[in-house]
Design a protein around this ligand. Structure first.
Ligand code: FE2
Ligand code: FE2
Length: 398
């Protein structure tokens, strides 16, 4: 009985002491993310997007909130610095860093490194910083307005399958490419940033996006999933919209966005889509583009969009075909490149009411996946389509 009493007293003393310690810990300092648990501030390597208009966007993610900047220059001494600022305020204390280098020289090669300084305290009247880290120094070459030559890799419908991308990259390991285009359904149905970043980080490493710019085009699956709106933050679209146009040398690329593959009113979209308006906006865009000197004077005109206008099944929802095909058939398109059907196809002019060649890439399975190598040498535009096993499905000039 006596022993039980002593035990009870001891337990009470222990309990109260534990509560006091816990309360003291709670009031001492707000719990911050522990910088020591991460080996590096960098969560991802930097990657390049939108290398158009004498500029390029460099993005990277950090494990902790940091102040990020890019040091760059035309030699390895670097010497220049770029940050993102909004209304005079440097964007800092963030984990997603997206910095555009401007006023660059077309055709020049630049060296750069990503820099990150840990933000320990971002209070109203005090700033405290921690360690500073740097990425390795990378380089990139911007498109030259006068150049006739380029090589691009084009992927579609990878549906976040690492094995597919890895195998396709093995087939093009000897190709010296200038840039990469993801023609939709590659970052499909992302549920959150982490989920999207898993594949983006992997694919950036596979294609060396730290040195070779990537263009992310939206497929219908990039519009699905809880984080689909967030992807617009990660992607840096040419001209700031999901459709647009750019020159790589004397080749004009026209990028279109077909939206979803079902009507806006379909219940699975919950009334959140308005692609009818987006498609109509692109009618005006195409009409203007057709008169644009950059388009009319281009040596070649390459059309890229995810859902085909020509080559869909008869029962498919195809509002873009009705809206755009008249204009496009009248626009001297050299070649159109699509995806979405998960089946490689080559529709020569007039095979499907198209008066320009249409090539559709495959899916993500080892039986249908494809990688395209689009290259221009002098006045010759060539498209080579390779299957998962390296078989040449197409090798033609356009
Ligand atoms: Fe797909
Ligand atoms: Fe698709």
């Amino acid at each position: 009985m006596k022993i039980n009493k002593i035990n009870k007293v001891l337990f009470l003393v222990f309990f109260l002491t534990a509560q006091l310690i816990s309360a003291k810990n709670f009031t001492a300092k707000p719990i911050a993310e522990d910088s020591t648990q991460h080996q590096s501030l960098f969560k991802t390597q930097p990657f390049l997007q939108n290398p158009i208009g004498g500029a390029v966007t460099i993005s990277f993610f950090t494990n902790l909130p940091t102040h990020g900047w890019i040091e760059f220059g035309t030699n390895k001494e670097l010497g220049q610095k770029a940050v993102t600022s909004i209304g005079g305020q440097t964007v800092a204390n963030v984990k997603h860093h997206k910095i555009r280098l401007k006023n660059l020289q077309p055709g020049a090669t630049y060296f750069y490194r990503a820099c990150s300084r840990e933000v320990l305290n971002y209070a109203a009247y005090k700033k405290e910083f921690g360690k500073v880290e740097y990425s390795e120094t990378f380089s990139f070459t911007l498109p030259d307005n006068e150049s006739e030559d380029f090589t691009a890799l084009i992927f579609n419908d990878l549906h976040k399958k690492r094995r597919t991308l890895h195998s396709l990259m093995a087939q093009v390991k000897d190709v010296d490419y200038d840039f990469v285009i993801y023609n939709g359904d590659c970052i499909d149905d992302p549920v959150n940033e982490e989920h999207a970043l898993e594949f983006i980080t992997y694919s950036n490493e596979q294609v060396n996006a730290a040195e070779k710019p990537v263009f992310y085009l939206r497929g219908n699956h990039e519009i699905r999933g809880a984080y689909s709106v967030g992807l617009n933050d990660i992607f840096d679209y040419v001209g700031g919209q999901t459709f647009g146009a750019f020159n790589w040398g004397d080749t004009r690329f026209v990028l279109l966005d077909c939206g979803e593959d079902k009507p806006d009113s379909h219940p699975v979209y919950g009334g959140l889509n308005n692609f009818e308006e987006l498609r109509n906006t692109q009618v005006d865009f195409l009409k203007a583009e057709r008169k644009n000197k950059a388009f009319t004077q281009a040596e070649k005109r390459v059309l890229i969009h995810h859902i085909p206008i020509h080559g869909l099944g008869k029962k498919s929802y195809a509002p873009c075909t009705e809206l755009w095909s008249g204009i496009l058939n009248d626009s001297k398109i050299s070649l159109a490149i699509n995806g979405h059907t998960h089946r490689f196809a080559y529709h020569k002019p007039a095979k499907r009411d198209n008066n320009y060649p249409v090539v559709i890439g495959g899916g993500y399975k080892d039986t249908d996946a494809t990688v395209m190598i689009l290259s221009k040498t002098g006045k010759t535009l060539n498209l080579k389509v390779l299957a998962y096993d390296g078989k040449v499905l197409l090798d033609d000039n356009f």
